[in-house]
Design a protein around this ligand. Structure first.
Ligand SMILES: [Zn+2]
Length: 378
């Protein structure tokens, strides 16, 4: 099956400055690596989303604040909308830059809806924290929700899966009462990590009760426990929900090296997760799958995980060593050594004293989630 890949140089305009973790350098490294690997991708440059597109999920007064800040005349009340904060500092052109990322994810949804593509990989976006009238957690506009809303308006039933280490709070909130959008988020527990939400008790409301699913995981969760929970919960939920399209946020910040969080996944687990995701979309949605990027703040690991995603999504073989020229160039630019292979070393182990307790707690949580939700599915 061919996969459409979306990318634009404009995505890199979404730039909060050199000190900010959500760095466009990650995308530059990624595109450069895919070029050096000499893989033939069916690459499309999507158009910018329009303001009307943004208004399908965001409040007009919020969008006007973003536009004013973007044009250099920030409103006095902008901090009430999450703008001009440490997490979401304002910059010139912010509105257009955020609309370029939304444009890609929306374009992916349109192509799937129109039958022009079955699988789409959007090499950007995944801004899952943005709310109706609030920028949050490095996210201005919620590209995922704009795309999901487009599919909903076309009458589609959508399952959203979020493997970013942070709770997908914005997407959950924007579709919380919609019975035709299932949101599933696996994340480090909000007791320890931003944004603090995502408990098992957040299950949707009104007609949407039973269509929000959260699995908060213990810090220092390792591969075996993560996969145990994923395999216990996700296929069962998708099978019951019977979606027509899957939208997946593929944040890479659950990697063990990520500086902002404490889960301990490696590239091998990500590869297994990607295989599970492709299988779920094939088995339940005739392959209809829209993938985005997301968080990921350790450049070296993040770029390798997303390269793995791009190669697997497009059916290319997975190389062992990374190209010398790419390694040399980025070692020089970043001033640090990079992992010379696409995968982490296979024998990586962690010395976690509470390993068994963590495993059991995660297992309890995943059982509890199903106890709460399964009765609402029949
Ligand atoms: Zn994240």
């Amino acid at each position: 099956m061919s996969t459409t890949v979306l990318s634009s140089p404009r995505y890199r305009d979404y730039d909060f400055g050199p000190e900010h973790p959500f760095s466009p350098v990650r995308l530059e490294m990624l595109m450069d690596l895919l070029e050096h690997l000499d893989v033939d991708l069916d690459m499309v440059e999507p158009p910018l989303a329009s303001t009307d597109d943004i208004l399908t999920v965001h409040a007009e007064k919020f969008v006007r604040q973003v536009e004013a800040a973007s044009g250099g005349t920030p409103g006095a009340a902008m901090s009430r909308y999450g703008l001009g904060t440490a997490d979401v500092p304002i910059f010139d052109g912010m509105d257009e830059a955020a609309r370029s990322l939304v444009g890609g994810t929306l374009h992916g949804a349109e192509r799937i809806e129109q039958g022009e593509a079955t699988r789409v990989l959007q090499l950007g976006g995944g801004l899952h924290h943005a709310q109706e009238k609030l920028a949050s957690g490095f996210c201005v506009y919620n590209d995922l929700s704009v795309a999901i809303q487009h599919l909903r308006d076309a009458g589609r039933r959508v399952a959203y899966l979020d493997i970013d280490v942070h709770h997908g709070d914005g997407v959950q909130a924007l579709h919380y009462d919609d019975p035709n959008v299932l949101t599933i988020s696996l994340h480090e527990s909000g007791r320890y990590l931003f944004p603090g939400t995502g408990t098992v008790h957040e299950i949707g409301k009104g007609a949407g009760e039973g269509t929000s699913l959260n699995v908060p995981l213990e810090p220092f969760t390792e591969a075996d426990s993560y996969l145990d929970v994923f395999e216990r919960v996700v296929p069962y939920a998708i099978e019951n929900f019977m979606p027509e399209v899957m939208v997946v946020q593929c944040g890479a910040d659950a990697h063990f090296s990520d500086p902002l969080a404490d889960l301990l996944l490696d590239t091998h687990v990500y590869e297994t997760l990607f295989d599970h995701i492709f299988d779920l979309a094939d088995d339940h949605c005739n392959g209809r799958l829209l993938l985005t990027l997301g968080g990921g703040y350790q450049m070296d690991a993040t770029v390798r995980i997303w390269t793995l995603l791009a190669l697997k999504a497009t059916g290319h073989p997975i190389p062992d060593a990374l190209p010398d020229a790419w390694l040399a160039n980025w070692k020089e630019r970043l001033g640090e050594d990079l992992t010379p292979t696409l995968h982490d070393a296979p024998d990586k182990t962690f010395d976690i004293p509470r390993k068994e307790t963590i495993y059991q707690q995660n297992q309890r949580v995943s059982k509890r989630v199903l106890e709460l939700l399964a009765p609402l599915w029949y």
